[in-house]
Ligand binder design. Structure first.
Ligand code: SF4
Ligand code: SF4
Length: 379
């Protein structure tokens, strides 16, 4: 296992971290979910024996049972590992509410301190309204001084500009957990910025939330035909020198072994290879007939057609060879799901032309929609 300096926290973190959101579970006769403790413990201990020293959980993971399972599994080696968990700010209405959430997590984890306590899934709005508005950063510092939190962290879901804003205004924040992978490199520059400012950087979704896990033509397209896409994706994330640790939501002992092997490589990717992989991804996109950057200037469409989403699905298929993923994303968009109502398509277009006037890539959006939708439908 390779270890990296974790910002200014004084800790050398393993290049591979364990994301404890997909621990093995089962349902009892009443329909209640439980973590299979024996299997979970085996996996977490296997990871520890492979050198993993950072375990990330959260109150709602695994039907709200992850913290309990992680606490039980890691109890015998508590002082040898770092446990990270998160504060759901949606439930924090007052300054005192922050400590209440922390106490709930501590009780479930069966420990009296959390190593890295995250403001969970924040953007600029949560930072301004909750963290600054309710004085939660000061509260976190007080609890750090009291020994209940070892380090103050945040996980992040917003634009790169918002990330810079939080880093610049969040004095006392010590590490960030953010999304970054070969398909979504929006945070790349900010990873460098965060590292320069002394923050530890943990990456979630290093293999694109499973999107890059299936074998595809992508590795061949990027000129790395001897690697499977999954390994290429993990190496790419670890090839970024600003990244301290890649979190993987491992589900089997086999995955632990494979990931640990990649995280043990002294040089997961040389700087030249890393630049080449990134540039190849961009070129694949640029030289395709449909170069949509996902900027969303074409939105909102008066009929609710989510043009960037449709074009993204097509890019997955046409550019990266991720056929199954492209088809699935498009079907989910059209049919809708619990988070998203059924999506509008070119059949709903009223030809107002708004989108095409706004598109910086000058795409003939209406024609392209008509062209790509039947292809996506057929996947
Ligand atoms: S032209 Fe069609 S797709 Fe474009 S904004 Fe108008 S309704 Fe939406
Ligand atoms: S404005 Fe153009 S480039 Fe930007 S998301 Fe819309 S279609 Fe894509």
């Amino acid at each position: 296992m390779q270890y990296r300096k974790f910002g200014n926290t004084g800790f050398d973190i393993s290049a591979l971290g364990f994301g404890c959101m997909r621990l093995p579970e089962y349902q009892d006769a009443e329909g209640n979910w439980h973590v299979d403790q024996e299997k979970a413990t085996d996996m977490l201990m296997k990871a520890y024996e492979s050198g993993v020293n950072y375990f990330d959980t959260a109150p709602y993971y695994c039907h709200a049972n992850s913290e309990i399972a992680v606490g039980k599994a890691l109890a015998p080696i508590r002082d040898k590992v770092k446990i990270s968990t998160k504060c759901p700010l949606g439930e924090v209405k007052t300054k005192e509410g922050y400590e209440e959430m922390l106490d709930k997590s501590l009780a479930k984890l069966g420990t009296d301190y959390v190593d890295y306590y995250h403001f969970w899934g924040i953007g600029k709005e949560e930072f301004d309204e909750k963290i600054v508005g309710l004085g939660l950063l000061e509260e976190a510092k007080r609890l750090k001084a009291a020994g209940k939190i070892r380090h103050i962290s945040f996980s992040f879901h917003d634009t790169p500009d918002a990330l810079k804003y939080i880093i610049d205004n969040g004095e006392g924040l010590e590490s960030v957990l953010l999304q970054y992978n070969l398909l979504d490199r929006a945070n790349e520059d900010m990873i460098v910025y965060a590292a320069e400012k002394g923050l530890g950087v943990v990456v979630m979704g290093p293999v694109g939330g499973g999107r890059l896990a299936a074998p595809t033509e992508l590795a061949q397209k990027l000129g790395n035909g001897n690697l499977n896409t999954y390994e290429l994706a993990l190496r790419f994330v670890l090839g970024n020198p600003g990244v301290s640790c890649a979190l993987s939501g491992m589900q089997t002992a086999d995955m632990v072994e494979k990931n640990a092997a990649v995280a043990s490589l002294e040089v997961p990717m040389t700087e030249a290879q890393w630049r080449e992989a990134g540039e190849s991804m961009e070129n694949l996109k640029k030289f395709s007939e449909l170069y949509c950057t996902g900027c969303a200037y074409c939105q909102p469409c008066p009929k609710g057609i989510e043009i960037p989403k449709i074009f993204e699905a097509y890019t997955y298929y046409n550019v990266y060879g991720l056929k199954e993923l492209a088809g699935k994303n498009y079907q989910n968009y059209v049919k809708g799901n619990e988070e998203h109502k059924p999506g509008a398509t070119s059949a709903d277009c009223i030809n107002c032309g708004y989108c095409e006037r706004k598109c910086p890539q000058h795409l003939k959006i209406r024609d392209l929609l008509k062209k790509v939708e039947p292809v996506l439908q057929s996947l």
